[in-house]
Design a protein around this ligand. Structure first.
Ligand code: 5GP
Ligand code: MG
Length: 181
């Protein structure tokens, strides 16, 4: 691909993504058979992962989307989440499975979980393709994790650098020259 030339190192290949996605889908399918959950994708990073995942989910579900941006102002432990786009359905008494691209500090997820809990969701779990456990500022462990990676900035498979590279089909590290231009 043309975009390959900006990538210094592939961290998670397409083959590995496919394998882990199927493994996660089997686990989730086992747990959600009779729960008719809302699978909530956090835009825009969730798109490739959620799209691949749901094709292997063998139970009834609804899809929902939220777009949230977090402002880490004030103290380290607080986060204000601005809802750019809210869910279009009520979550009261519903099982919620949040689909994320990556969990780093855990702040975004924490805020979204608190919000959905306050609205009366019956259960809230998270399925994430990537996890950066070393980045955690809030003690939270997603129930379903694809691949754990070290504390490096990655792009691809939904993850962006200045809104670019989301369409790269694998997860990689950018070449330093990309940040210079
Ligand atoms: P948290 O609130 O867990 O720190 O933030 C999670 C969000 O930060 C992710 O949904 C993603 O948008 C962004 N993020 C965290 N780590 C990375 C990374 O390595 N690369 C990119 N492109 N975004 C990241
Ligand atoms: Mg995100």
């Amino acid at each position: 691909m043309f975009l390959d030339q900006d990538i210094a190192q592939v961290l998670v290949s397409q083959t590995q993504i496919e394998k882990e996605t199927k493994r996660l889908a089997a686990e989730v399918s086992n747990d959600y058979k009779d729960k008719y959950p809302i699978v909530v994708g956090l835009l825009k990073g969730c798109i490739p992962f959620m799209s691949d995942l749901i094709k292997h989910l063998d139970f009834h579900l609804e899809m929902g989307f939220m777009d949230v941006s977090s402002y880490h102002g004030g103290t380290e432990s607080t986060v204000d989440v601005k809802i750019e786009k809210d869910l279009s359905m009520p979550v009261k008494d519903r099982h919620i499975l949040i689909a994320e691209d990556i969990v780093d500090s855990g702040r975004t997820l924490n805020a979204v979980i608190n919000l959905l809990r306050s609205r009366g969701a019956k259960s809230i779990e998270v399925v994430t393709m990537l996890d950066k456990p070393e980045g955690r500022k809030i003690d939270y462990k997603p129930k379903y994790i694809g691949v754990s990676i070290p504390k490096v900035f990655v792009v691809g498979y939904g993850l962006d650098y200045q809104e670019r590279y989301r369409n790269v089909p694998y997860v990689g590290i950018l070449k330093p020259k990309v940040y210079e231009t």
